[in-house]
Design a protein around this ligand. Structure first.
Ligand code: ADP
Ligand code: MG
Length: 255
């Protein structure tokens, strides 16, 4: 008895790691037969499916590795709620040229004005362009740096950070750091200077950053590098969260 070619083919496709082709070739072969499609057309359709599945999987892997705290995108961001935010400029950043130019971006504003939302949306846009992104809160990043240092793994962690084209550091300013923690964060920021992009969100105006970095000198050195080639967005205004909850209360009252 001759071996079943479909079975052999499945084994080969598994070995070649072509799972989508393995799952689809029989169905597509029936369709191709019915439509009198040529061999090349059939193979082309099969490989297109495999390529599409791989691209989608790679994107999902990049998004997972970025470690966003929640999924937020531009389609749910209401630009009219922040009238002084230049929408076109923000959407231009979503195209990613600033990352090729190793520019930084800072979103500065009061809590609830959508800084984290936009930081994630920009991070997702970068992932979709095939870039490696990492999202941290400032406190989380300092924590990881200190832990890595304690475990003699700092170099390894820094190399990992070095591979990211966009490092997002959210909520700088909510907590101040120890001297050691501030120095480690300074090192990460300084290392990226003109080499890779940083996106920072903060509730503190630059003038108040000395509180976080303990000392005018370190702060001045840091701000000098950070803001040299930087898109700065001031997002002041009423808290979106607060406004939405007030609206909801009003609706309830009217009911
Ligand atoms: P921040 O980081 O500035 O404190 P967040 O991004 O966490 O603010 O926003 C708080 C909540 O309000 C989030 O759920 C966010 O999605 C939502 N939000 C804030 N601003 C907007 C906006 N302009 N359009 C839509 N949702 C917004
Ligand atoms: Mg936030």
């Amino acid at each position: 008895m001759s071996p079943n070619p479909a079975l052999l083919l499945k084994t080969n496709l598994k070995q070649l790691r072509l799972p989508t082709i393995a799952a689809e070739f029989e169905k597509l072969a029936r369709e191709a037969g019915a439509a009198n499609e040529g061999y090349e057309q059939y193979l082309l359709r099969l490989t297109e499916l495999e390529v599409a599945a791989r691209t989608a999987n790679a994107l999902q892997a990049r998004i997972r590795s970025a470690n966003f705290p929640v999924h937020k995108d531009f389609d749910t961001y209401d630009f009219t709620a922040v009238p002084n935010l230049p929408k076109q400029k923000v959407l231009e950043l979503a195209r990613g040229e600033w990352l090729d130019q190793h520019f930084n971006a800072c979103l500065i504003g009061q809590p609830g004005t959508g800084k984290t939302h936009l930081a994630i949306a920009l991070g997702l846009a970068a992932c979709r362009q095939g870039r490696h992104v990492k999202f941290f809160t400032a406190a989380g990043l300092v924590n990881r740096l200190e832990e890595s240092q304690k475990a003699y793994q700092l170099d390894r962690f820094l190399t990992q950070l070095d591979k990211t084209e966009l490092l997002i550091c959210d909520e700088l300013g909510y907590l101040s750091f120890s001297r050691g923690g501030a120095e480690l964060l300074f090192q990460v920021f300084a290392d990226r200077y003109e080499r890779a992009s940083l996106l920072i969100t903060s509730n503190l105006a630059f003038g108040d950053w000395a509180q976080i970095f303990q000392g005018e000198r370190m702060t001045a050195a840091l701000l000098d590098r950070l803001t040299h080639r930087c898109h700065i967005f001031e997002m002041n205004g009423e808290s979106y969260r607060f406004r939405e909850s007030m609206k909801a209360k009003k609706v309830k009252k009217q009911e």
